[in-house]
Design a protein around this ligand. Structure first.
Ligand SMILES: Cc1ncc(C[n+]2csc(CCOP(=O)(O)OP(=O)(O)O)c2C)c(N)n1
Ligand SMILES: [Mg+2]
Length: 332
């Protein structure tokens, strides 16, 4: 595995802080109705992404996830200004403003969305891995989904075929405790989601999803296995989301104390504690990182505000049309 160094910790701190502040800004502009539609935030779950990025080969490996998808493309190298603009529905956005919050994509950076159908991305991720295997490419697909999505039938079909065809895919369940307002305990007779892989003889294990080091180690093992032709792995990341399911969530299904308990093991604080205790940076250097993050988030907001909305004609470019489609008449 790539060594976890002082530089790794500093990068983790700056990246995770950017993602957190970027989304805090989204929450603020959502209330101002500048960002519309649904908005699902990732606050609390950042270590799952930070650890994975450490183990991935960026530019080669692919990622696909559900609708909680604003910060992953930023981590993979997409310009955060364009992600913010997409959320504003502006022409400079990653999908020219036609996708919005739940559908961030970057073919170039190999980030494949952004999917609103719960569990829909699981077979898509397996399919992408099939494509890479078929084309003898060396890429591994990271396929993310939630604890709620883990209860969908599509998971079982995908696990079965991924094992049968020995696909280069890592399935990652981000168990943040809830599927909208439904706790994990209410969705099945067991809470060890990682065990779902065992029925398919898929290497499967749980992992501390609040600790980027634990995530990086587990991901490195899984990605290396897939790249060497060893097939899929299933990892259950135990994590937590601080905000509601989406911005319109009264959160009556959990206590404020529970949220506060998880904040004690916040991934950003954990990383900052290591930086301070190992003297990886002075307070002045930490302040500089904080200021850089603040300035970049401001720049993203300004870019989105200043960008134009797409021209109406663009709508017709995005509609599929085939004039000579060979319809076969239906006969009784
Ligand atoms: C097929 C389908 N069923 C139901 C919904 C409504 N829905 C949207 S998000 C969600 C909960 C999913 O929870 P989880 O998979 O744990 O992901 P999280 O939101 O916690 O990241 C549900 C039921 C949907 N979008 N698609
Ligand atoms: Mg969940």
């Amino acid at each position: 595995m790539k060594k976890i160094t002082k530089q790794t910790y500093l990068k983790w701190y700056e990246d995770m802080l950017l993602w957190r502040k970027f989304e805090d800004k989204l929450a603020a502009v959502y209330i101002q109705q500048k960002v519309r539609g649904f908005l699902h935030l990732y606050n609390g779950q950042e270590a799952v992404l930070a650890g994975a990025l450490h183990a991935m080969e960026l530019g080669k490996d692919r990622m696909i996830t559900a609708y909680r998808n604003h910060v992953q493309p930023i981590g993979m190298g997409v310009d955060p200004r364009r992600v913010m603009a997409e959320l504003y529905g502006k022409a400079t956005g990653t999908s020219h403003g036609l996708g919005g919050s739940m559908h961030i994509f970057s073919k170039e950076k190999r980030f494949h969305g952004g999917h609103g159908i719960v569990g829909g991305q699981i077979p898509l991720g397996a399919g992408m891995a099939f494509g890479d295997k078929y084309n003898n490419s060396d890429a591994v697909t990271l396929c993310y989904f939630g604890d709620g999505a883990a209860r969908q039938g599509s998971l079982h079909e995908s696990f079965n075929l991924a094992m049968l065809w020995n696909l280069p895919v890592v399935f990652i369940c981000e168990n943040n405790g809830y599927a909208m307002g439904t706790s994990v305990a209410r969705t099945a007779n067991h809470e060890d989601i990682w065990k779902l892989g065992l029925g398919y003889e898929m290497p499967s294990e749980p992992c501390d999803g609040m600790d980027p080091v634990a995530v990086a180690k587990a991901m490195d093992k899984a990605i290396s296995r897939a790249r060497k032709g060893g097939g899929p792995t299933f990892l259950e990341m135990k994590t937590y989301r601080y905000r509601g399911h989406s911005m319109s969530d009264a959160q009556k299904y959990r206590t404020k104390d529970e949220v506060e308990e998880y904040k004690k093991i916040d991934p950003i604080t954990q990383v900052l504690d290591v930086i301070k205790s190992k003297k990886y940076a002075t307070q002045k250097q930490i302040d500089e990182i904080d200021a850089r993050v603040k300035a970049l988030v401001k720049e993203c907001e300004q870019f989105a505000e200043d960008s134009p909305f797409p021209e109406k004609e663009l709508m017709y470019d995005a509609v599929y049309e085939q004039k000579d489609y060979p319809f076969i008449p239906h006969k009784l």
